[in-house]
Ligand binder design. Structure first.
Ligand code: ZN
Length: 82
């Protein structure tokens, strides 16, 4: 009989058991839960990626807005004809 099961904790994130030294206890609305360090790190990376994406979109929206403003300040003369 292996004793490995004694050293594992159920990870609510992966729905699987990991060895205890990989696990971190986190406090959620429903109480204390065990989650593995890997999934916590992955979530952090995910958040950072989302934040970076958000910044990109904000920058894009800004330049788009600036282009629109320029357009309003400088109405195209070409379409006016003559
Ligand atoms: Zn896990």
């Amino acid at each position: 009989m292996g004793s490995a099961m004694l050293d594992t904790v159920f990870c609510y994130h992966c729905q699987a058991r990991h060895s205890r030294d990989e696990m971190r206890q986190v406090v959620s609305k429903t109480g204390k839960r065990w989650r593995c360090a890997k999934s916590i790190a992955a979530a952090k990376n995910d958040l950072a990626a989302r934040e970076a994406f958000g910044r990109q979109v904000t920058a894009m929206n800004k330049s788009e807005a600036q282009a629109k403003i320029k357009h309003l300040l400088n109405p195209e003369r070409a379409t006016k004809g003559r």
